[in-house]
Design a protein around this ligand. Sequence first.
Ligand SMILES: [Zn+2]
Length: 217
Amino acid sequence: MKIVKYPHPALRHKSRDLTMIDKQVRLYAARMLELMYEARGLGLAANQVALPFRLLVMNSTADAQQREHEHVLINPQILDRKGSMEGEEGCLSLPDLYQKVRRARTVTVQAYNLEGHALEITCSDLPSRILQHEIDHLDGVLFIDKMGTIAKLSSRGILRALESDYRRAQERGEIPPDAEILRMLAALEAGAVPPPEPPESPPPPAQGENGQPPPIL
Ligand SMILES: [Zn+2]
């Protein structure tokens, strides 16, 4: 399992709800948490590791020692949005791209945890931004879709570079052709279990404005 980069087709896949929480789902969640911490992200959605499931992990501190901030959410749904805020975001699947995105300030989210218990979370500011960003991923929506016109224009160069990196990796055989990826996603959704893959080393953490890294979600 590894974090896939734009324009990997899994990032545009609208995932269906998980119908059961078994050992495989717990293994996926554990590996996603490892990858998130290694990459110094604050959240990671299953689409970002090419899994077509409504599963996300997050920790608004990015610190694996602060387990009280760690959440694994299954089939999350936004029940309510309040207020508005604008802030800079990054994404582990769109390295080196940081732009301002407007989101609801406060959200109420309903989900299941790994024990299968239903829970309801109401949060604001950074945890709210993370939840909205990750739930968008589960719907195949990326933060580049939510940017204003100027941010979109100024992102074009980085997006083109990511697209050409991706196509070159496919030409080298490092990434399967898109049609094969789509077949794999369909097989996973139908219940097939893939073989485990060795992890790749994470990218170095980026520096944002004022030398402070912006949240990478
Ligand atoms: Zn993201």
